[in-house]
Design a protein around this ligand. Structure first.
Ligand SMILES: [Fe+2]
Ligand SMILES: [Fe+2]
Length: 197
């Protein structure tokens, strides 16, 4: 089997978005997908990795969530395989639910970054939305850290997963939060977090 996804012109971003929209109607899921895509692109660029590949994995990671919540991660793997996406990307998508809905452990840099930032984008978005500006553009890591400690705030965001992700990557939580905010700023308009400013 040949696998040269870095150079092979397989399905691209357009096909990924089309596929995502085929399986998802929810506006909030789309915004989450676009937020994670933006953050993955930011990290890929920072780490001199394949931005397109990382971005698409971010965009597609919750592909099956709306229609197959009980089979989350596994179903996404099946769909992506049927659609002919490269194994490396499929593995990355499935690994984001490690310990929850998948037994595939995040091992590659791509997988570990996805694992670390997925839940964090939710905390960043919720923090931005309770501020007067309702924007990520002027959001400081300090504000997110304050909300981090308030476990009743965005209670659905599992802080332990983010901590585990940061540990895997060997980065400080503060740095992870700062970079996640930077990534979300790049797609602020699309994810409704540009605010009034
Ligand atoms: Fe997920
Ligand atoms: Fe997600």
């Amino acid at each position: 089997m040949e696998r040269e996804q870095q150079t092979t012109p397989g399905p691209g971003r357009e096909q990924a978005l089309e596929l995502f929209l085929r399986y998802n109607q929810s506006e909030s899921l789309l915004k989450h997908a676009l937020a994670v895509e933006g953050v993955m692109r930011y990290f890929a660029r920072q780490r001199q990795q394949d931005e397109e590949q990382w971005g698409i994995v971010g965009l597609l990671h919750d592909l099956d969530y709306e229609q197959f919540p009980e089979q989350h991660c596994l179903k996404a793997g099946e769909i992506l395989r049927e659609e002919g996406w490269p194994e490396e990307m499929i593995r990355a998508v499935v690994s984001h639910g490690w310990g929850i809905c998948s037994e595939v452990e995040p091992l590659s840099e791509l997988e570990q970054v996805l694992y670390a930032v997925d839940e964090l984008t939710g905390l960043v978005a919720t923090t931005a939305l309770v501020r007067p500006s309702r924007s990520v553009m002027d959001l400081k890591p300090k504000s997110v850290k304050k909300k981090w400690k308030d476990r009743r705030f965005a209670a659905g965001v599992d802080r332990s997963i983010i901590e585990r992700g940061a540990a895997m990557l060997g980065v400080e939580l503060g740095e992870l939060i700062a970079d996640t905010i930077m990534g979300m700023r790049e797609v602020a308009e699309e994810i409704g977090l540009k605010g009034e400013a």
